[in-house]
Design a protein around this ligand. Structure first.
Ligand code: ATP
Ligand code: ZN
Length: 287
């Protein structure tokens, strides 16, 4: 057996930490808990895990110190390193947005013309200004961007937003979105075949876990008279499973439903005479 391990870099603490670990866990990858805060390895998968600051992850992956990494798209595109974005992961969602004082009259990007804009994302801001053909002064700071307008350091800011409460508390309003971001898996562009094979295994698991998260397994009892109508409401993976119940004239129907259509389907199923509806989570989904 080969001893090659896929080295993954994840955030050591912060907003992506829990979800990154949870993703590995849901993929059936158990980590050894040692005392080493910088790295560990998996017990049951050929993987080594490095814990790093999210901002450093693209560089480590470009340099092949790590083979793959998890970071926000905001960080990946700001750092602009030679890495391949391989898979969206569906967590760490946020927006990189322009915000201005609550009482400002914002009438589009032209508002920013020749203004001073504070940000920790100078590269993405410069690209936005370039695209809009608006000259402005980019004031790069390293943190607490949201206080910049209040202390007279800038006329506007570009910062990450999720709920908007930080902006609100600082008397700002969000007026323009530059980038929608979520956590993604990146890889070194030149991974060798052996490491690619491990990555493919990991991606297969990640996709199965993510599909399952949005899908529920549904079981219900249907009067045979309405079976056709009930089945037509259930898309299923191929087609629903139908089993006879001990009680004559009734069947048990099993299928999967998408989270988004869920309540809609349940209502229609009840109207069609379905009873004893059970809905259970799916752990993994292999298609
Ligand atoms: P580190 O010490 O690793 O540099 P950090 O302070 O830069 O941590 P966090 O605040 O933990 O980073 O954010 C990490 C990532 O989480 C961001 O780069 C972004 O992709 C994502 N994120 C999601 N929502 C938000 C939000 N409301 N504010 C900031 N980042 C968010
Ligand atoms: Zn960071």
């Amino acid at each position: 057996m080969s001893s090659v391990k896929l080295r993954i870099a994840i955030q050591k603490s912060g907003r992506l930490y829990e979800d990154s670990l949870k993703l590995l866990k849901d993929c059936g990858i158990d980590l050894k808990n040692g005392i080493n805060k910088l790295k560990t390895e998996a017990e049951n998968f050929p993987m080594e895990i490095f814990f790093l600051r999210d901002d450093d992850i693209p560089q480590y992956v470009e340099d092949a110190v790590a083979d793959i990494g998890i970071a926000g798209e905001n960080v990946i595109y700001e750092k602009n390193k030679k890495v391949t974005v391989t898979e969206k992961l569906g967590f760490g969602k946020c927006r990189l947005s322009v915000a201005v004082g609550r009482n400002e009259q914002y009438n589009g990007p032209d508002f920013l013309r020749n203004k001073k804009i504070a940000t920790t994302y100078p590269v993405l801001l410069a690209a936005f200004l370039e695209k809009e053909k608006i000259p402005a002064e980019i004031h790069e700071i390293s943190g607490s961007v949201e206080i910049a307008p209040g202390i007279g350091l800038a006329d506007a800011i570009v910062d990450l937003v999720s709920s908007g409460s930080t902006l609100f508390m600082n008397g700002l309003k969000e007026v323009e979105t530059i980038l929608h971001s979520e956590a993604v898996l990146i890889r070194h562009p030149g991974l060798n075949a052996e490491r690619m094979r491990i990555l493919d295994k990991l991606l297969f698991r990640i996709r199965s876990v993510r599909k399952a998260r949005h899908t529920k397994y549904i079981l219900l009892n249907a009067p045979n008279a309405n079976l056709k109508e009930i089945i037509s409401l259930l898309p299923g993976m191929k087609s629903p499973t139908v089993l006879p119940l001990a009680e004559p004239g009734w069947s048990s129907v099993h299928s999967v439903v998408n989270e988004n259509e869920f309540w809609d389907i349940i209502e229609k199923l009840t109207e069609a005479g379905a009873q004893g509806i059970l809905v259970v989570p799916i752990e993994k989904m292999i298609l």
